[in-house]
Ligand binder design. Structure first.
Ligand code: NAD
Ligand code: DAU
Length: 333
């Protein structure tokens, strides 16, 4: 089997490519990736060239997509603008990739008659005070990012219902692990802590996120690709629900820093208070999270400590300007 992995040069997509190659020794992967600020060739370093091919291209470009789909037996779509804060600053790119691009890819899958798995997020359900979202819970997105992801999900549902397309959705909770861009809370705080810089906590820091180690999430995606039912959505949520401030404190503990580095800053606009997913349905397929938060975070901190070659160029580039705009101060170190 040859799988087209759109967005396979990003954080989760590249983890999935590694897992797919390991778990299916006879299979190969073609990665279609626009290589935006978040996508990096280095994320695919060390993978066998005869089994993993990288094709630079945009999922919103029908010609690029048609060429990339040629010869593939299934599509997994990770390609997206993925950062909530950037969607607040500049929503248009999110609509273009996460809605229109998702449509272009789905249309190509339908034309080729291949399975299409859309990677989506718990954020499409919006915030929940108590209990957990199930797959039939109504979509109620809050940010331009989550609204555009919800748009992608609705088109997938419509393609199954209208055309009988072999399309399905996996909705994940907050991922963490190696190779996550430092714009996101956990790598941002790890790198700032290692440098002795302040850790910016939005609002009161009591927003709750449901953390899943990236390899666990990718195992869930692969299982649903192999065994999921067309037209269905599957939640894949992590075992740990934690307020942000606890995550930040654990990072300080693991990096040997004290709490004087915590810096409460202006809250994110429209900030969702709590996410929580019920993963009963995917458990029914045989999925279970294997990595708890403390172990996963320890592994993640170690990876960032050991791989300065990976993150130093990011902190030296466009990210510096983004950081200044977002946090109103320069990035040191
Ligand atoms: P990421 O930002 O690290 O990677 C996104 C990748 O998509 C990059 O390689 C980028 O170059 C590529 N890309 C962006 N626009 C493209 C386009 N128009 N055409 C082709 N490639 C394009 O994101 P991530 O955190 O790895 O998330 C991957 C997917 O998983 C996204 O769809 C996201 O919505 C979803 N998701 C993420 C999380 C999370 O916690 N990070 C949780 C649940 C779901
Ligand atoms: O829930 C799944 C989603 O998780 C994915 O769909 C998104 O692609 C992914 O980016 C992530 O979104 P979040 O907004 O939850 O992740 P982020 O790391 O940006 O923020 C996590 C929490 O930490 C959130 O409540 C905001 C807060 N935060 C974030 C940053 C960057 C801070 O307090 N300070 C920060 O500097």
């Amino acid at each position: 089997m040859k799988v087209l992995v759109a967005g396979g040069a990003g954080f989760i997509g590249s983890t999935y490519v590694r897992l797919r190659i390991d778990a299916h020794p006879d299979d190969s992967v073609r990665v279609l990736d626009k290589l935006t600020y978040a996508g990096r060739r280095e994320n695919l370093d060390g993978l066998p060239e005869n089994r993993v091919e990288l094709v630079p291209g945009d999922i919103a470009d029908p010609d690029a997509v048609a060429a990339a789909v040629e010869g593939c037996d299934a599509i997994v779509n990770f390609a997206a603008e993925s950062h909530v804060d950037r969607s607040i600053e500049s929503p248009g790119e999110f609509i273009q990739t996460d809605v229109f691009g998702a449509f272009v890819l789905l249309e190509a899958a339908r034309a080729a008659g291949v399975r299409h798995l859309q990677v989506s997020t718990d954020e499409v359900y919006g915030s929940i005070e108590s209990g957990s979202f199930e797959e039939h819970s109504p979509l109620d997105p809050s940010s331009p990012y989550s609204a555009s992801k919800a748009g992608g999900d609705l088109i997938v549902g419509a393609y199954h219902q209208t055309y009988g397309a072999d399309a399905l959705i996996v909705r994940g909770s907050n991922n963490y692990g190696p190779r996550q861009h430092p714009e996101k809370l956990i790598p941002l705080c790890i790198l700032n802590a290692l440098a002795g810089d302040p850790l910016p906590v939005y609002g009161d820091g009591m927003q709750v996120r449901n953390w899943v180690f990236v390899e666990d999430f990718c195992r869930g995606i692969d299982l649903v690709l192999e065994r999921g039912e067309a037209g269905q959505a599957y939640n894949v949520g992590g075992p740990d629900e934690l307020p942000n401030i606890e995550v930040v404190r654990t990072i300080l503990m693991l990096t040997g820093r004290d709490e004087s580095l915590i810096d409460y800053v202006t809250d994110r606009l429209g900030h969702d208070r709590r996410y929580s997913l019920s993963s009963e349905k995917v458990r029914g397929l045989g999925w279970e999270a294997q990595v708890g938060f403390e172990e996963g975070l320890r592994r993640t901190v170690e990876w960032y400590r050991d791989n300065e070659w990976w993150w130093a160029p990011i902190r030296g580039g466009e990210y510096r300007e983004y950081y200044e705009r977002q946090y109103g101060r320069a990035l040191r170190g």
